[in-house]
Write a protein that binds this ligand. Structure first.
Ligand code: FES
Length: 66
């Protein structure tokens, strides 16, 4: 059994940054292979590329401003 360090970093108002993972498993069991050293997981649900962040959360923040 190998030990591998995976870290999760919260970006305020944005995604979770995942470092060191091989795959991400959704709540429905869907497995998304991770092919980069760092990936961004959507937390806002607005991404067109779920589970990955596509920066759509930035549009939401802009609309909130007067
Ligand atoms: S957190 Fe970036 S698109 Fe959802």
């Amino acid at each position: 059994m190998s030990t591998r360090r995976v870290t999760v970093t919260e970006c305020p108002g944005g995604p979770l940054l995942i470092r060191g993972a091989d795959e991400v498993v959704g709540i429905d069991g869907t497995v998304a292979p991770v092919e980069r050293a760092v990936v961004a997981l959507c937390r806002c649900g607005r991404s067109d590329r779920l589970p990955w962040c596509d920066d759509s959360h930035r549009d939401r923040r802009r609309r909130k401003k007067p």
